[in-house]
Design a protein around this ligand. Sequence first.
Ligand SMILES: Nc1ncnc2c1ncn2[C@@H]1O[C@H](COP(=O)(O)OP(=O)(O)O)[C@@H](O)[C@H]1O
Ligand SMILES: [Mg+2]
Length: 436
Amino acid sequence: MARVTRTIGLSLGADLCWPAAYEEVVRRLQLELPLGRDVVDFAVERVTVEPFDLQQPCRYDLVIDRLTHWFNTSREWIKKAVILDGLYVLNNPWSLQSMEKQTTYVAMMKLGLPVPRTWLVPPRRHEPTADLQPTLQRYARLFDLGEIGEDLGYPLFMKPYDGGGWRGVTRIKDEAQLRAVYDESGATLMHLQEAIEPFDVFVRTIGVGPQVRAVRYDPGAALHDRYQVDFHFLKGDDWAYLSDQMLTINGFFGWDFNSCESLRKDTVWHPIDFANACPDFQVTSLHYHWPDLLKDVLRWTLFCAATKAEMRPTLDWKPFFAIAKKDLPFRERLAGYAEITRKRMQADRFADFCDKHLSHLDEVVWEFMGTDQARALVRGKVAALFPEHEVDSFTAHFWGLIQFWRKTEVDRLDAVGKPLSADVQQRAPLPIARKA
Ligand SMILES: Nc1ncnc2c1ncn2[C@@H]1O[C@H](COP(=O)(O)OP(=O)(O)O)[C@@H](O)[C@H]1O
Ligand SMILES: [Mg+2]
């Protein structure tokens, strides 16, 4: 048997907490996987930014990339490494570069998802370029913004066609405000979108490979409080529906790690923002959900690296469009789209891999999340974001929610018949003693 090391690269920007947790958990897992004729182990390294020869080899098998949407040096290095060296990357940089929120809306409308009605309007002001004047003089039609507002109805949302981080998003209540906000919008290309109001539930799904997590979300809350700790907000088919929707989106665009915002109004789920291929992964946003998301990312990346998963060279939309054309109830078409994604993502093989090789992941993460080292990571992230006088209280807040996760995780593992060993519970006891 030959020993081979799979090297996972982390291509990072301001990320602090999850990379350190990821590295430490991989270390603690002590993986030595018998795969075919090899014994596979793993190394995790941080990708540095430096000049590169287009033909230089790449020592990574897989990269988790957090920069493609804005940092060209890393994006171009990744594109080179995918083509020349067979690198697997989360997420597909070409797809990410070319699909803005606008394209994702259009594509999902084509598949029949109830994306809210949306107009695109030319920008209020144009950056001057050589051909601008003749183009506008010949072809730009005067339009009445008020008519578009009337068509959509109020309130409506004005937001950039490419979206991201709430930049330039305004809820507009009437025509006067529409005109005023448009006048202020400058050169930004804007959507006007029907508001999904009132909605009864707002959910963020986070998809990592074939895994989907659904978290209740409160867009009106303070930043640290938007992801909610709630267990009873989905009924009946809601969870399976939202999972299929997330898989449909991610399979269609070739994304492995993405989030989707969905609002439920009159029992219908409306997806409003799902081109988030660098989803929030900070403990200061995810708190209770952070260890679970970390596990999702670990499982999927270890699977892809271990099995040398190949990036799909094309997005291949035809099978999705073939289902879209079928005369079937929408729920069945959605299940059909999701099935394409499950196959593309080798969902069954992935599940077997996790059962066989990562059965100790739950225990390792549970223990790690009780250590001083994990607490220091939380504190480090809090210190980077909050003013000094709030660092103690917010560290205690997020740490408390992670310990609550550990409590519910004990219950969950009991319920699924995989209780934590007495050993591990002794090594990393919960802050509140469990009843014997
Ligand atoms: N059509 C809509 N109906 C209701 N709320 C919306 C709508 N569009 C946006 N919002 C609200 O505005 C927020 C930001 O809009 P979003 O499209 O998510 O922009 P970004 O890409 O910047 O995250 C959403 O999280 C939601 O709270
Ligand atoms: Mg959003």
